[in-house]
Design a protein around this ligand. Structure first.
Ligand SMILES: [Zn+2]
Ligand SMILES: [Zn+2]
Length: 672
């Protein structure tokens, strides 16, 4: 059997952009198929490989080695998922073997030592605290949305814009239930498991044992067991983070992506991909509906609605609590009137005092540390921007320049403000630690806890803090992006945004959108219970569109204006970006290599690639001793993007010719 199959193409879990051809032994009792694992010789070692193609013509002039053994009796990766993987590797310019590995639990990526016992303990017990026989009641609007989506019989993307507390979860549950009744399965993607236990818990509570929760916080063994349950068909619903999109669910009926705008869907290490976009592609391949839900949908998704590509549904009534009252504090005036410190206004301090007196809780939000500082005119709020790219300039100490990290434009640091002539130009930016210290002296008897990646490093620590917050053991929670996610703390009545400018002036073209989303999301944390909520936004730019729109809840107005700005500057969704990062120990070589890539790209792609910005130094110029530069390519269409991707894949196969590290990020979320 199988004697006609002579050569196969195999992907290895290495940062390599090619597959390898191996020959098959004459006698095999199993027919090799794509999606099976094999053991192959690689150099002097044995490695696990994944069969991608059978019956291939071997390349000439190369010694072809023979496969050592076949591991699986049947493919462990479904054919549709293999298709998805191939697309991902090409589109995102990612090493094929690393991409295939995403679809396989870590335990199966290693050479088998002993056979794994196939027992299924209840690995999801950690969420059992939420288990209860849940009843889901839908109002007419929710029912209509669920009905329209479940009546789709082919691939179609639907966007559900539902404000915080409007009941998206009930709609998801209803859709999944209908799909299950038709004998099909479902994937529900969530951005981060520890920050969304309610949603996972409710789905498990409703559907019980047919749910698998799959995320990187599980141990290797737990992941393997959940994956086997999914593959074996005893789990029909997968709730999970990014890599859950590759779950081997047979007869998939729907994919739901909750909080579709969330940047956690983007994997920032190789292989880089956006799980939301991969979800849409899987829906296309399997010809099934995909549902995107968010209280602050991305501009990309709104644009697809406008183009008529997506169906659109709104859930605007908040049936859980009332919308909070939002106040904007103008820090240009406040700073002079407070003696406390430049980061806490009198308004915010007295609001905190009042909230604590009433026995209620406070959440304070700060932008993530690491890139929080920027130079601003304290009198008028002026900040230097690149005239070409319209993003904030970054101060580089080494060169003593303010530079644009998109195009490389630079100026000397300002001594007087070009806008108001003032000289009070200063570097501002506060960290959670600093705010905690100030508050501790101001409110010595209150219980203050920091919630950021330094302090709450593990999932366990995160859950612990969230639990304490829920039970009222914490009075003031100071946090970064992590506090904006969908927690439900009924006793929180005050949310303070310490310095919105840290968001607005983040050197990225998405800074305005991000500010709007974060303020809207964090505001949604106030007044979730029966008590009215209050939100205080401190800023030097009180009339900035992101602040004003978020404060008034005017998402339509915001989307319209921000899309106009994007169109003017030709940023996504009007173009597609590719960020090519070049890094190495010697700056001269890094710069030389970056220029070489640019000139080769011009040679190879001629004119069909769009516009090249840079090379320019990255805002974080050095990480772990490596100097970092980047080249940003603005493509006008997917076909231009594919052309650039194709060029880069070929270049990366011959990376050694550059003598530096090169990484490619397609549709980048972060370019610092
Ligand atoms: Zn620029
Ligand atoms: Zn000024």
């Amino acid at each position: 059997m199988g004697v006609s199959v002579r050569f196969i193409d195999v992907a290895l879990n290495r940062p390599i952009f090619s597959t390898f051809t191996y020959s098959l032994p004459e006698e095999l009792d199993i027919t090799p198929l794509p999606g099976m694992r094999v053991v192959v010789p690689f150099g002097k070692r044995k490695e696990i490989g994944y069969i991608l193609d059978v019956n291939v013509t071997p390349p000439s002039g190369v010694e072809i080695k023979e496969v050592i053994s076949l591991i699986d009796e049947r493919p462990i990766i479904p054919q549709d998922v293999l298709k998805l993987i191939r697309w991902l590797a090409e589109y995102y310019v990612a090493p094929i073997g690393e991409v295939v590995s995403l679809a396989v639990p870590p335990l199966l990526r290693e050479l088998p030592r002993q056979s794994l016992k196939r027992d299924f303990p209840h690995v999801s017990e950690r969420l059992s605290q939420f288990l209860r026989s849940e009843k889901v009641e839908l109002n007419e609007k929710q029912k209509r949305i669920a009905r329209e989506i479940t009546s789709l019989t082919t691939h179609k993307v639907s966007l559900i814009f539902g404000v915080t507390g409007s009941g998206k979860t009930e709609v998801y549950i209803k859709i999944i239930e209908e799909v299950l009744d038709k004998g099909k399965g479902a994937i529900l993607l969530i951005p981060e498991i520890s920050l969304a236990p309610q949603l996972a818990g409710r789905v498990m509570g409703y559907f019980g044992s047919v749910v698998s929760v799959y995320h990187s916080g599980l141990s290797s063994r737990e992941r393997y067991l959940e994956w086997e349950k999914i593959r074996g068909g005893s789990s029909r619903i997968v709730v999970g983070t990014r890599s859950a999109i590759f779950s081997p669910i047979a007869e998939l009926g729907v994919i739901i992506v909750d909080e579709e705008h969330d940047y956690a869907y983007k994997q920032e290490d190789s292989p880089r991909y956006n799980a939301r976009d991969v979800a849409i592609m899987r829906g296309k391949i399997e010809n099934i509906p995909v549902v995107l839900g968010s209280a602050t949908p991305s501009l990309e998704s709104f644009t697809n609605v406008k183009k008529g590509k997506y169906l659109y549904f709104e859930l605007k009534e908040r049936h859980l609590g009332k919308a909070p009252v939002v106040e904007i504090v103008d820090m240009r005036k406040e700073v002079r009137s407070t003696l406390l410190n430049p980061y806490l206004s009198v308004t915010l301090i007295s609001a905190i005092a009042k909230t604590l007196e009433e026995g209620k809780q406070v959440i304070l939000f700060l932008n993530r540390k690491g890139f929080a500082k920027f130079t601003i005119c304290r009198s008028c709020g002026y900040i230097s921007k690149c005239p070409n790219c319209s993003i904030s300039l970054t101060y580089h100490k080494v060169t003593a320049r303010l530079s644009c990290h998109y195009c490389g434009y630079h100026i000397p640091p300002l001594s007087t403000c070009p806008s108001c002539g003032g000289v009070d130009i200063d570097e501002v930016g506060a960290g959670t630690q600093m705010i905690e210290d100030v508050l501790a002296s101001e409110f010595p008897s209150s219980r203050i806890v920091r919630f950021d990646r330094d302090f709450a490093r593990t999932d366990k620590k995160k859950s612990e803090i969230l639990g304490q917050m829920k039970s009222g053991e914490i009075d003031i929670l100071i946090g970064t992006q992590m506090v904006t996610k969908g927690h439900d703390f009924p006793n929180v009545t005050l949310v303070g945004i310490i310095l919105a400018d840290q968001l607005i002036h983040f050197p990225d073209f998405r800074a305005t959108e991000r500010t709007f989303q974060l303020i809207t999301q964090v505001s949604g944390r106030a007044g979730r219970g029966f008590h009215p909520g209050r939100v205080i936004i401190q800023t030097y730019s009180p009339s900035h569109i992101s602040i004003v729109s978020a404060a008034t809840g005017d998402i339509d107005g915001f989307v319209g204006k921000e899309l106009e700005a994007r169109r003017e500057l030709n940023y996504p969704p009007y173009s597609r970006l590719v960020n090519i990062r070049v890094s190495g120990n010697v700056e001269e070589r890094v710069v030389k290599a970056a220029h070489k890539i640019v000139s080769r790209m011009k040679d190879v792609c001629k004119t069909g690639f769009g516009e090249i910005l840079g090379p320019a130094p990255a805002p974080i110029r050095m990480i772990r001793g490596k100097i970092r530069w980047q080249i940003l390519v603005k493509c006008q269409s997917v076909s231009q993007l594919n052309k650039v991707a194709c060029f880069l894949r070929e270049e990366l196969k011959e990376r050694s010719r550059y003598g530096v590290e090169i990484s490619v990020d397609v549709d980048p979320i972060s370019t610092i």
